[in-house]
Design a protein around this ligand. Sequence first.
Ligand code: GLU
Length: 287
Amino acid sequence: MASAGCGKEGSPPVKGPQPEALPHYQVDTAFQLPSSPTWVRAKKRGHFVVGAKEDQPYLGEKDPATGVYSGFDIEIARMVSASLGLDPQKIVFRTIASANRETALQNGQIDYYVGTYTINANRKKLVGFAGPYYIAGQDLLVRTDENDIKGPQDLKGKRVCSAAGSTPYQRIQQDYPQADLVSYDTYSICVDNLLTYQVDAVTTDDAILIGYAAKAPDELKVVGAPFSQEPYGIGVPRPDNAFRFAIDDALEANEKNGNWKKAYDATLGLSGVPAPTPPPIDRYPAS
Ligand code: GLU
């Protein structure tokens, strides 16, 4: 029998994580990082301000009734906060769209960003990246009645939607210029447009698309042929290398002590994809 909070029988629950399944993160009260201006400022304030997404099921989702954020990215943000000595329950999350992440980190609006944020060379000129903590791949979301689109090679003349400022948007623009590409601030607007036949496909990371498909399993399906690698990093202010390395340490510690896997299983794992081995941390030198 399908229980409350589940979609049709056999489909994953779409309600988000069960609180009792989430890890408990021990706050490292002795932690100090006086060489990091970001950490010093947050410590004085008493909590971190973290940028995130609010419309990505299993990853970063805000409950409209309570304002509480949940998902795998949110858990990553919480475990890092605890390792860096600040209560994860006190984090103030701010929703920041894909196109605005670099600016938000550069102008100090947020201390760090956790939201399906691909590490790449262009972005590294503007911000720092701890991690990666997960690797996704670009894929396509289509309506269940769509049989012609099996991969990006089939997008010629099709209306394709992605988020402004995202790597999937750039990849379609550069590698598949015959697609009729449109952008919005968020993927959820793209999905609304797909459901109302205003676009033919939505493209972004498989991890994101799986969540939308689970919310409307009768209407939407993921094509399931990823055509890129999207290593997810935690965005930090570029000059603050001490902060970046401390977050790398925090990720490594939480991967070792089981928190990472427990958090994955309670969030993104609800999509039915078993926990992968976390990718090795890329502790690139300060520049
Ligand atoms: N991971 C991709 C990116 O960072 C797509 C997801 C997103 O827009 O957050 O651009």
